[in-house]
Design a binder for this molecule. Structure first.
Ligand code: IMP
Length: 430
């Protein structure tokens, strides 16, 4: 059964939206399986730019059904405003096209307030979260006091659950963080209003996708964030609170493992991260300015969700090999290769060094990375602008060498290379 999973191999922002866009054209359905509106997917269609945080970005293909799975946490205000944004662009979104799992959890104003209070209380040790309430919403889920979407189908139960939730939040805000309490009653009215609008979209996503797959339909599971932000497999504690890795797609959509066809890892041609945490190949100064851009262009390295400048560095093959292992990646897509044009030399981190040992993969996962020194292979750069390249042969020799070096080091084929911001700026390899 044909389920394709797209995962980010780095710290998010790999340009997954571009690859999703390509593959969604051939898919019957697209699905989000983890995270919430902390993600930001920018998809450019002609002169329209969509910035989506929650709804699967493949929704811009009008033929595809869209699903949001049980692994996702949903801010109802964001959901409704995205539905409106897409509708205003002339693309239909309605309850026969978008299906949201009854078991997905809600993010409330209480979770947003707690995210802010917790980050402030962490002081210097702050994670640098997106302040979207993600951590507190997943905390409530694991603590078995979360608000599942199914509650929205029964107003009486929903109101009672909301009241209990906001009262607990207020206790925490006041007693633990010395913050002001939230005004509960207007919030209850607000959330009951959201329930009216969202109720028609609530569905059994696991059953619907399983049925689609059994009928031979191709489903694309769209990863958000990236492997190194995975709660278990990322750079803990500088991670998000969900499972962006490929197994998270099965868990977050309610599917068994037998349906997986391809796991496509998306890797930027260099490394970026927003927020705090280890970053062995980070660079500064001129090189960083080149990689990051000035912020004048939509593709420059500034957060889609928060607008923060991203930290940048050379591609880290040690972490990429690790991501290939924990996701079971069968093929790679390389994005933003065009940004590397103009460097005299390009570095690739091929190993880590600590004491007298060289490591191909971090020995205890990617948590304690500060003690390792990156070992670089220095490759010759290229000066040519490559945005108009459409075939492998069109790429400068040194760019081809760069790609071959990555493939050889990872033993996984690179099948798609994005060379510019437009939909058409891509090289597809056999
Ligand atoms: P949270 O997911 O808002 O709790 O943030 C936890 C960490 O994950 C922070 O370092 C965020 O910057 C990072 N993060 C969360 N979502 C994304 C994303 O979509 N792209 C890049 N970084 C993200």
């Amino acid at each position: 059964m044909p389920l394709d999973i797209i995962v980010g191999t780095q710290w998010g922002d790999e340009g997954k939206g571009r690859i999703v866009d390509l593959l969604a054209a051939e898919a019957d359905a697209v699905a989000r399986y983890s995270g919430g509106d902390n993600a930001g997917h920018t998809v450019t269609v002609g002169d329209q730019i969509f910035k989506l945080h929650l709804i699967p970005s493949g929704v811009v293909h009008p033929h595809a059904q869209a699903f949001i799975g049980n692994g996702v946490v949903i801010n109802p205000a964001t959901l409704l405003s995205e539905i409106e944004q897409i509708q205003q662009a002339g693309i239909e979104v309605h309850p026969q096209r978008l299906f949201i799992s009854y078991a997905a959890h809600l993010i409330t104003a209480g979770h947003l307030a707690l995210d802010r209070a917790q980050e402030a209380a962490r002081g210097k040790a702050k994670i640098g979260t997106t302040l979207r309430g993600i951590g507190p919403a997943y905390t409530d889920k694991v603590a078995r006091r979360g608000l599942r979407l199914e509650l929205m189908r029964d107003e009486k139960r929903f109101v009672a659950a909301l009241r209990e939730h906001f009262e607990t939040v207020n206790q925490l805000l006041q007693r633990l963080y010395q913050e002001e309490a939230l005004d509960v009653e207007p919030l209850i009215t607000e959330y009951v209003g959201y329930a009216q609008a969202i109720k028609p979209y609530i569905a059994d996503v696991s059953a619907l996708i399983a049925e689609a797959l059994a009928g031979g339909k191709r489903v694309l599971a769209e990863g958000a964030q990236g492997t190194l932000l995975d709660l278990d497999h990322g750079t803990y504690p500088f991670v998000t609170s969900s499972y962006p890795t490929a197994p998270g797609a099965l868990l977050g959509l309610g599917l068994g493992a037998a349906c997986v066809d391809r796991v496509i890892g998306v890797t930027k041609a260099f490394q970026t991260r927003v927020g705090a945490g280890p970053f062995p190949t980070e660079v500064f100064d001129q090189t960083a300015n080149h990689l990051r851009g000035s912020g004048a262009n939509p593709w420059d390295e500034f957060g889609t969700t928060t607008g923060r400048p991203r930290r940048v560095g050379w591609l880290d093959l040690v972490l990429l090999r690790y991501a290939i292992r924990v996701n079971g990646i069968s093929e790679l897509a390389l994005t933003k290769l065009d940004i590397l044009s103009g460097f005299n030399e390009i570095k690739l981190c091929v190993a880590y060094q600590a004491d007298d040992h060289s490591y191909q993969i971090p020995p205890f996962g990617p948590t304690e990375l500060d003690s390792f020194k990156p070992v670089y292979q220095v490759l010759a750069g290229w000066k040519e602008e490559i945005r108009s390249c459409r075939r492998w042969e069109d790429l400068p020799l040194n760019a081809r060498q760069y790609i071959r070096t990555i493939e050889e080091a990872c033993q996984v084929p690179i099948k798609r290379i994005s060379v510019g911001p437009e939909r058409k700026d891509v090289i597809v390899l056999a």
